[in-house]
Write a protein that binds this ligand. Structure first.
Ligand code: SF4
Ligand code: SF4
Length: 138
C-alpha cells in the first residue's frame, strides 16, 4: 500500500448498502440504533436483527438488502453499524494495493476526494478486527 489513500463517499450513491451481503452489528451498535429508533434493545433485536452462533446481523427485508436504506441514503446514518462506518477501510480491502484498487469497481468513492494517511485507514481496519473478532480470527 502507498502512504495515503483517497476516498470520499459520493453524494447520492447507495451502492454498498444496496448490494447483497450481511450487515453484522455489535452489541453496542444494537443498543445505539435501538435508542435512536425509540425501541428497547429486545424490540429492536426481534424486529431488525438475528443471532447466529458467533454473529449478530441485521435482518434483510423481503426486497433489498437493508431495512434502513431509503432512496435518500441511510435513515440511521448518525448511528449506523461499525461495519458500515468503516467501509471501505476493511482489513480484507486494505490487504494489498491491488485489492484496494479492485474495490473501486464496487465503490465509486475510492480514489476520490479526501486523502487519508495509511495509518488512519489501518486504524479503522484494526478496529474492525476488534469489534468483529470471529470474522478475522479464522
Ligand atoms: S459504494 Fe462507496 S461511494 Fe457509494 S455509498 Fe458506499 S461508500 Fe459511498
Ligand atoms: S445500516 Fe445504513 S449504512 Fe448500513 S447497510 Fe443499512 S442503509 Fe447502509
Amino acid at each position: 500500500m502507498g502512504r495515503a489513500l483517497r476516498f470520499e463517499c459520493q453524494p447520492g450513491c447507495i451502492r454498498c448498502c444496496d448490494k447483497k451481503g450481511f450487515v453484522y452489528i455489535t452489541e453496542s451498535d444494537l443498543l445505539r440504533i435501538a435508542a435512536f429508533l425509540g425501541l428497547t434493545p429486545s424490540e429492536f433485536e426481534s424486529r431488525y436483527a438475528y443471532r447466529t452462533r458467533h454473529t449478530l446481523r441485521l435482518r434483510a427485508p423481503r426486497r433489498g438488502n437493508c431495512h434502513f436504506l431509503t432512496p435518500n441514503g441511510c435513515s440511521i446514518h448518525s448511528v449506523k453499524p461499525e461495519q458500515c462506518r468503516a467501509y471501505p477501510f476493511w482489513p480484507e480491502i486494505l490487504s494489498s494495493h491491488d485489492r484496494w484498487l479492485a474495490e473501486s469497481a464496487a465503490c465509486p468513492g475510492i480514489g476520490m476526494g479526501h486523502l487519508y494517511q495509511i495509518e488512519t485507514a489501518l486504524e479503522t481496519a484494526a478496529r474492525m478486527r476488534v469489534v468483529y473478532p470471529w470474522q478475522y480470527s479464522r
